[in-house]
Design a protein around this ligand. Structure first.
Ligand code: ARG
Length: 467
């Protein structure tokens, strides 16, 4: 007969679960990664139990020392995780109680229901902070690439058709803006993650006079204004997973942005565009076609967006039909949450590294941006400045474009006579519209892709990002 674990709940049961049930129900194979947070939570709980007289000083000390020893073993990889102990909580508590008899008092006024809610919040709080740091890294890489190619102009596209000329930096800064909103969403989510659920027990708190505030303070559940953050309803606290869903939603938007950025990289690196060259390390060859250089990092970043979306939907679905309060279904939240955090963090990190190893093909960019058709709208603006209503100017320039096309001439090769044949409003200086530098210099209000404005935006971001 095997020795009973000190955390066994066997009082009520005549037999343990069968092997297949145990395999089906265990979570330690994935929730072990919450160990640091589980131990931090137990230490704060033990300190509070001592404060309210449930543990003597010596007991609290022995528990803390035991937990420290377990933490060292886990970090060193020598701790033996046991699937039959189900989850990270029972594994740690069982190991503790084997070493420290007072460990049997640690679960006083605590349930795994508030414990797992606590561990997840502690873990996610840290993940968000790390992710935010990595997003800033990617923003810096984008700003640095824009800064390094300050002069480069490319066509901006709508419908994937050439539209109007923009600085390459302006295009990159569009993503810096998106990523900034991602940071804001994540930081906002952080404020709701950063609330301490411990003390909620299984569902209805405890008859013991717990000092929840002391626990929350020790675990740094403190808002920016210095106020301690405690959940205010024990039933909500043990069954709420909004904080995880919110994170997965913010991560899904982030993944969508990364995917769009990846898509631009893939297009730009194609022979058809040929705007950029990605360093070999971020590409792979083909097993069959010797000439191939595929942008796999960008493709996988785009592809992994699918699982981030899937995880969000899985969590929403997991929660939608659950009766109050804790249900074991909730154990299914961990892998989806972990996978989302791991996937977006890797995506951000890899895109950051790749962007530091991208070079621009200046002559190709210049040739594409020099297509005079990109300045057809500028020609309409010229007519507007002469007093023509825009709708009419649009029509006139359309006729100019048709004329150039029928003569197989680029727009800027038309003569003043050609222009005047369409509309007499055109004067000699109309042809200056096709000077690309002048066209860019003219776009200078906030948010425009003009020369001065883009330089101002780059400087603004360098200031914000400290790069
Ligand atoms: N492993 C469980 C989970 O992830 C921990 C909470 C277990 N609670 C319970 N009443 N069985 O949700």
């Amino acid at each position: 007969m095997t020795k009973k674990s000190p955390v066994s709940r066997s009082g009520r049961f005549h037999s343990g679960p069968g092997a297949d049930v145990a395999t089906f129900s265990e979570s330690v194979s994935f929730d072990w990664r919450l160990w640091k947070h589980d131990i931090a939570g137990s230490m704060a709980h033990a300190a509070m139990l001592h404060k309210i007289g449930v543990l003597t000083k010596a007991e609290a000390r022995a528990i803390t020392a035991g937990l420290n020893q377990i933490a060292r073993e886990i970090a060193a990889g020598t701790f033996v995780w046991k699937a039959e102990l189900e989850d990270v909580h029972m594994n740690i508590e069982s190991a503790l109680t084997e070493r420290v008899p007072a460990g049997a008092k640690l679960h006083t006024a605590r349930s795994r229901n508030d414990q797992i809610a606590l561990d997840m919040r502690l873990w996610l709080r840290e993940e968000i902070t790390l992710l935010l740091g990595e997003i800033v890294g990617l923003q810096r890489a984008l700003v640095a690439l824009g800064e390094k190619n300050l002069e480069v102009v490319i066509p901006g596209y709508t419908h994937l058709q050439r539209a109007q000329p923009v600085y390459f930096a302006h295009h990159l800064l569009a993503y810096v803006e998106m990523l900034e909103r991602d940071c804001e969403r994540l930081w906002d989510c952080h404020s709701r993650v950063n609330v301490c659920p411990l003390g909620s027990g299984a569902i209805a708190g405890s008859t013991l006079r717990l000092d929840r505030e002391a626990v929350a303070r020790q675990l740094d559940f403190v808002a920016a204004d210095g106020r301690v953050q405690l959940t205010q309803n024990s039933m909500d606290a043990v069954s709420d997973r909004d904080f995880a869903i919110e994170f997965c939603a913010a991560a899904a938007v982030l993944a969508m942005h990364l995917s769009r950025l990846a898509e631009d990289v893939i297009l730009w690196a194609s022979a058809e565009f040929n705007f950029i060259k990605i360093a070999d390390a971020y590409t792979t060859g083909s097993s069959l076609m010797p000439q191939k250089k595929n942008p796999d990092v960008a493709e996988l970043t785009r592809g992994k967006t699918a699982r981030v979306y899937g995880n969000l939907l899985a969590l929403l679905t997991l929660l939608k039909g659950l009766p109050m309060t804790y249900n074991r279904d909730l154990q299914e939240d961990k892998e989806r949450l972990f996978d989302t955090a791991d996937t977006v963090r890797a995506g951000v990190r890899l895109m950051d590294a790749m962007f530091r190893h991208i070079t621009l093909n200046h002559p190709v960019c210049l040739a594409a941006a020099s297509d005079p058709a990109l300045l057809a709208t500028d020609l309409a603006d010229y007519l507007v400045e002469k007093g023509m209503p825009f709708r009419q100017a649009h029509h006139v320039v359309g006729a100019v474009v048709a004329r150039a096309e029928s003569r197989h001439k680029p727009l800027n090769q038309l003569t003043l006579a050609d222009l005047q044949a369409v509309d007499k409003t055109f004067q000699r200086e109309a042809l200056e519209v096709f000077n690309l530098q002048r066209a860019l210099a003219k776009r200078n209000f906030p948010g425009a892709p003009g020369t001065r404005e883009v330089a101002r935006q780059l400087a603004r971001w360098q200031r914000i990002l400290g790069s």
